[in-house]
Design a binder for this molecule. Sequence first.
Ligand code: UDP
Length: 235
Amino acid sequence: MQKKELLYEGKAKKVYNTEDPGVYIVSYKDDATAFNGLKKGTIVGKGVVNNQMSNFMFRLLEKQGIPTHFVEELSERETAVKRVTIVPLEVIVRNKAAGSLSKRLGLEEGTAMRCPVLEFSYKNDDLGDPMVNDYHILAMGLATREELDQIAAMSLKINQLMVEFFKSVKVDLIDFKLEFGKTLEGDIILADEISPDTCRFWDADTGEKLDKDRFRRDMGGVEEAYAEMMKRLGL
Ligand code: UDP
């Protein structure tokens, strides 16, 4: 599988088309941004970690019946994925309070939620990805009722599977962000990535942060944290 033209370059990835109209190639970069692009930097080796960890997670989820865009890992940083139209929503699933939820609701970081919390943001950089609810999503036509119900059900199922898996490698899954895509056939599948850029991972015993919060909060040990997550996954 060969890259043809660069279609899109985002903050952390490049997307190319291929000879196959149904397949794109994603290439993961080491560039890191936070706070809607205000903070910029490099996390050496991040592209490799995020590519390999995402593919590991997508394979695991596929085995448990979750359809994803994963096709084939091509190299350390590149993966062939199904062509989809991204649903313009960021779906956030939370098991414990952290980050913006802690601030907004005055909950100490690490406070357990009685049940998983689902949040949606409208993917729009100019607006800073504002939070929206079902009514906004339907009124703006960002998704249909049926699509939204499917996205919510899939997200909660993915959460169950991920919590269970990460527990087995002594990692507490605090929260994470998902994106979904629509195939040419109209099916909703999991897209984008699952990585320390998009999840909060805390060591189950020590509570040590093993994710992008180390970069966001200038804590140091960023590369080491990403490498530790790879080790936990046996990669
Ligand atoms: N997240 C993400 N991309 C975003 C916003 C959030 O991947 O543009 C992830 C983030 O890594 C965390 C979860 O979604 O695992 C919840 O993030 P939160 O709303 O607390 O925002 P943050 O504190 O990261 O700004």
